[in-house]
Design a protein around this ligand. Structure first.
Ligand SMILES: C[S@@+](CC[C@H](N)C(=O)[O-])C[C@H]1O[C@@H](n2cnc3c(N)ncnc32)[C@H](O)[C@@H]1O
Length: 271
């Protein structure tokens, strides 16, 4: 497993991402012509690195950008002003969650004090919302906890097993907004499995992620679509495969599709 020093060397020396300006330049000049090979994918794959170290190095080199991703200049969902603070990042990310309908489901039983686990809270865009607008009991899990009330995931990027055992069948919600596109298929599958274990019957698993609906620009020689994030490539699942995987465990209640291939799933643990 690659650790902090090697990850930092790959990013700064091999890729030349010494700061956000250098990374932005790469996005404009180099990214459009990169076709990910096995070697490029393997180099910083979430399955071969310490995921905690990767996100730590990214924060040291690129500041808040790994959480708000404005370096890639999103066409939809950006705010009408520059993202200058973590609060601004939260405003932008909350807008994504709201536009996909995540909030509606959290508010439906707002006063029920349901145990809620968020995967990958970043700076707490949803945490702040949940704690100020509902009575739900919040816990977060992140490979790089940045705010109070968030536990640390394992180096492999999983929920620690003791947490799954302790909270088995107790949760009303498991949520992941703007997170799963940064995971390997193996990590996503593990989270699907753990979300099912953690939820009580009727509990909701709400997540959004990129799905290959034909629009993703970065493709390998076989035509598979990849999400790239600071030199890390993660497979964008095809619509059929993600439906199949999720519906093997959950009842799928709603799916919202954004123009660019971000899909939001609202799934229920059924009897
Ligand atoms: C783009 S940020 C989104 C933050 C937040 N969900 C929001 O929308 O404001 C992605 C977050 O996922 C976290 N993350 C990445 N891989 C993870 C993993 N395997 N397990 C838990 N968190 C992860 C990152 O540290 C980061 O906080």
């Amino acid at each position: 497993m690659k650790k902090y020093e090697e990850i930092k060397r790959i990013l700064t020396q091999d890729l030349g991402f010494t700061d956000l300006t250098a990374y932005r330049r790469w996005i404009e000049d180099v990214r459009p012509s990169v076709r990910p090979t096995e070697e490029i994918i393997e180099r910083l794959s979430p399955d071969t690195i310490d995921c905690r170290d990767f996100w730590r190095v990214c924060e040291e080199l690129f500041g808040d950008d790994p959480v708000c991703n404005v370096a890639v200049t999103p066409r939809v969902g950006s705010l009408p002003y520059a993202i200058e603070t973590r609060i601004d990042s939260n405003r932008m990310n909350l807008r994504l969650a709201k536009s996909l309908g995540v909030i509606t489901f959290l508010e439906e039983f707002a006063q029920d004090r349901l145990k809620t686990l968020e995967i990958g809270p970043g700076f707490g865009s949803l945490k702040n919302y949940i704690e100020s607008h509902t009575a739900h009991i919040y816990t977060g899990i992140d490979v790089f906890p940045r705010i109070p009330g968030v536990l640390e995931a394992t180096a492999e990027g999983f929920i620690p097993e003791e947490l799954v055992e302790r909270e088995r069948s107790l949760l009303g919600y498991v949520i992941a907004s703007n997170v799963f596109q940064h995971m390997s298929s193996r990590q996503r599958t593990r989270y699907f499995h753990d979300a099912h274990a953690l939820l009580r019957e009727g509990g909701l698993f709400i997540f959004n992620t990129l799905v290959d609906s034909g629009r993703a620009p970065v493709r390998d020689k076989n035509g598979n679509a990849w999400c790239d994030h600071y030199g890390q490539y993660t497979l964008i699942p095809k619509i059929g495969s993600i439906y199949e995987e999720v519906s093997a465990r959950f009842g799928i209640l709603y799916v919202t599709q954004r123009y660019d291939g971000v899909f939001n799933f609202v799934c229920q643990k059924q009897a």
